[in-house]
Design a protein around this ligand. Structure first.
Ligand code: ACO
Length: 326
């Protein structure tokens, strides 16, 4: 046994905008129904940011709660990552707006863009920087205002997404170097740009000079999501020498209950150990995994020492999985 540095979770926090938009409310504006949306996706309602309520504002609120749970002040943070595809401005990084607002001293602060896989990517990067001694206390946030990228005339996409933010505080800790350690134990991130146009935004500063709107080939996304999440989840479990069925919790990206169910079934993880929160806030992209973790902790269901398998996929396609002991 060789002692090694681990990135242990010290706190989790979340923030959802106050405004709830139900499926029925959407059905008043576009040709859809509560029954169609629930049957195909499991979504019942989503939260939509108020005018002026920015990605950084949601991120700051989630971060304050995570810091309070970790009993740390912003001054203790020496690495700040914000996973987002909906930054406040094209630049500077939304992370620097969060840094300014929280009063985090000069230290690395940057955005990371891997769409719905963003939080798994950000945790993986933070874990690497902690284990190599570049940081000791990291704030990792997933925050999105996807409502601002949606084509509200396109019923095939606008019903699927919502706004929100979630955050984790990670702290460096010397541990034994075994699978019994607390913190991030294994991670795997991947992307395959051949699928660029299956899920994308049709604008941007360098292409059209506009913000653009989200476009998606839903069936292709569905198919790849199930395969990619299952394979990467199996891979990280293999790396720690345990089958997915031995995980205490599976916390997948919350896009759609049918994707979640299909992946959990392939991994042989029973429904009672799968976090499902997509019904309450729809797909919040990079925020969905920390939002689900926050819910489990708030409800007293996720306890210190439990093994958690997280997995996500998004545009690119970009995807990844990670195992941590809470
Ligand atoms: N309300 C009512 N009818 C609708 C709606 C809606 N909101 N949206 C589409 N339809 C209609 C279509 O127009 C179509 O009608 P038609 O047969 O008359 O042409 C019919 O429903 C079937 O459409 P499909 O797109 O074939 O429906 P499908 O069963 O594939 O379900 C869905 C669509 C829910 C998008 C599914 O493909 C899916 O879940 N894909 C994954 C997408 C996803 O989760 N994306 C999130 C981003 S990626 C990520 O986070 C992993």
């Amino acid at each position: 046994m060789t002692p090694r540095l681990r990135a242990r979770v010290a706190g989790v926090g979340a923030c959802l905008p106050a405004r709830v938009v139900t499926n029925d409310e959407l059905a008043e504006r576009i040709d859809t129904s509560d029954a169609w949306i629930r049957e195909r996706t499991g979504i019942r309602e989503r939260r939509i940011a108020a005018p002026g309520e920015t990605t950084s504002a949601l991120a700051v609120a989630a971060a304050r709660r995570a810091l309070a749970r970790a009993a740390l002040s912003p001054a203790a943070i020496d690495l700040l990552l914000v996973a987002t595809s909906t930054p406040d401005h094209t630049f500077p990084a939304t992370a620097t707006a969060v840094q300014r607002e929280l009063g985090i001293p000069p230290s690395p602060a940057f955005d990371l863009q891997a769409v719905c896989a963003g939080f798994v990517y950000a945790l993986t990067v933070a874990d690497s920087l902690i284990r190599t001694g570049h940081a000791r206390r990291a704030l990792v946030i997933g925050a999105e205002t996807f409502s601002r990228l949606l084509d509200w005339e396109d019923r095939g996409t606008c019903v699927l997404f919502g706004d929100g933010a979630g955050a984790l505080v990670l702290v460096a800790e010397e541990q034994t170097g075994t699978v019994l350690d607390r913190g991030i134990l294994a991670a795997r991130i991947l992307a395959d740009g051949r699928h660029y146009h299956q899920l994308y935004v049709d604008g941007g500063p360098s292409s059209t000079g506009t913000v653009g709107r989200l476009r998606m080939n839903g069936r292709e996304v569905f198919r790849h999501a199930v395969t990619a999440m299952t394979e990467s989840a199996r891979e990280v479990c293999r790396r720690i020498g345990l089958p997915p069925s031995e995980m205490d919790w599976f916390v997948p990206h919350q896009a759609n209950v049918r994707i979640i169910d299909a992946v959990a079934k392939r991994l042989e993880i029973p429904a009672e150990r799968v976090a499902v929160t997509v019904d309450r806030h729809a797909n919040t992209s990079a925020a969905s995994i920390p939002l689900a973790l926050d819910r489990l902790v708030t409800e007293g269901r996720l306890e210190p020492g439990q093994l958690v398998l997280v997995s996500g996929i998004g545009g690119g396609f970009a995807w990844g999985s990670l195992v941590l002991r809470w």
